[in-house]
Write a protein that binds this ligand. Structure first.
Ligand code: LRH
Ligand code: MN
Length: 388
């Protein structure tokens, strides 16, 4: 029988990190639809992240992206965030927007360009020292578009050398989250295309290197919960970049396109007792809200993760193990689906009320007038994010 008090404690202790860039303008190669009230600087992005935490109670950290969130004084930015009730989370590097990186960053045939890219990774570690961040999140857009364009094996050697240099610079509890992505912007071969490549580099580096699973970075039909179960067994699952997609790296609200997949992923987390923040997995959002209001979309996304988690926590594990052990295929699937088909919204409303929060964060946010306030205040200056 499921212990409801334990389920509520686990949901209360859940922590989800929001990304600074999701509060800023974003779009596709066809169009960026700007929005009124969008942040113009890292401080305003952090204020929006603090607002999401104020209404959800489970989003006390915000990930930064460098140089998108570059400031003169990261210690000051960190205390500004703390005054608003949030901490700076993962530091994301960016070696995908500089002209020099056309043929690659740390994998570039040119040693000078590799040096420049590696120095950016080291700069990010420097920043982590000032923000108190544990996680260095590395995503490389590096890859090639045509067979023969470059030597696949040599590019892996170059990547490994840069990763080694960054890894050896880590201190304290700092660690690397190595994110993989099947394709885009490279359209023939990406240098870190899948979980296996990321995992192999992590093993080569050492135990401070773990894999980051971005749920939008797989070939259609990939069983992501298998990857989760496998990396948990190996002790090398470090983080998620949660979002959802119908086709490619669509970066839609997590759980919007495939809530059942999110449930199956969170079940593997719960099954491994890996939900608690002390276990060390960073549950982060990585999304772009191209046409919808950004803050309510992020609040909705946090709620989608909470709902998938609550359903996963309600799986009757004893009944499931009995059915699995006896080979009762239909019963095992039925036990699993019972949890998924459970309406957990009343339970989450209770958890929020117990925490002194409004049971309906979206309605509470709308009543707060925060959207109207930022639209009125944030006039002038340059909006953050992708240019219109
Ligand atoms: C790459 C990615 C990566 C970030 C970027 C904003 O597609 O998922 O995590 O650096 O989006
Ligand atoms: Mn990502």
């Amino acid at each position: 029988m499921t212990d409801l008090a334990a389920v509520k404690r686990a949901l209360t202790a859940q922590r989800i990190e929001t990304p600074s860039w999701a509060y800023a303008n974003s779009g596709t190669r066809f169009k960026v639809f700007t929005q009124p009230g969008v942040p113009r600087n890292p401080e305003e992005k952090i204020a929006d992240a603090a607002t999401v935490h104020r209404f959800t109670g489970v989003a006390p950290t915000v990930a930064l992206h460098i140089p998108w969130d570059k400031v003169a004084d990261y210690a000051a930015l960190t205390s500004y965030a703390r005054d608003l009730g949030v901490e700076i989370g993962a530091i994301n590097t960016n070696v995908f927007q500089d002209d020099d990186y056309k043929l690659g960053s740390v994998t570039n045939p040119d040693a000078g360009i590799r040096r420049k890219a590696t120095d950016h990774l080291l700069e990010a570690i420097e920043i982590m020292g000032q923000t108190g961040s544990r996680d260095l999140k590395l995503w490389f857009s590096d890859g090639i578009n045509y067979p023969g364009q470059d030597d696949l094996r040599s590019r892996q050697d170059r990547l490994a050398a840069a990763l080694r240099e960054a890894y050896d610079r880590l201190t304290g509890d700092q660690r690397i989250l190595l994110e993989y992505k099947l394709f885009e912007p490279a359209f023939y071969a990406t240098d870190v295309p899948d979980w296996g490549t990321s995992y192999a580099h992590c093993i080569e580096l050492g135990e401070r290197a773990t894999v980051c699973i971005d749920t939008g970075h797989h070939a259609p039909g990939t069983n992501i919960e298998f990857i989760v179960a496998f990396l948990l067994r190996q002790g090398r699952l470090g983080a998620f970049d949660f979002n959802s997609r119908f086709y490619a790296d669509d970066d839609l609200m997590v759980g919007a396109a495939d809530p059942f997949q999110l449930f199956r992923i969170m079940y593997e987390i719960v099954r491994a007792d890996a939900l608690d923040p002390a276990y060390g997995i960073a549950f982060m959002l990585d999304q772009c809200h191209n046409i919808e209001r950004k803050i309510p979309a992020i609040i909705r996304s946090v709620m989608n993760v909470q709902e998938a988690t609550a359903k996963a926590l309600l799986v009757d594990r004893d009944a499931l193990s009995r059915a699995q052990a006896s080979g009762d295929v239909l019963e095992a699937n039925a036990v699993f689906m019972d949890a998924y088909n459970t309406d957990v919204r009343p339970l989450l409303a209770e958890v929020r009320a117990d925490a002194g929060l409004d049971p309906d964060p979206i309605a509470a946010y709308k009543r707060s007038g925060y959207d109207e306030k930022i639209i009125a205040e944030r006039v002038g200056g340059t909006q953050a994010g992708w240019g219109a």
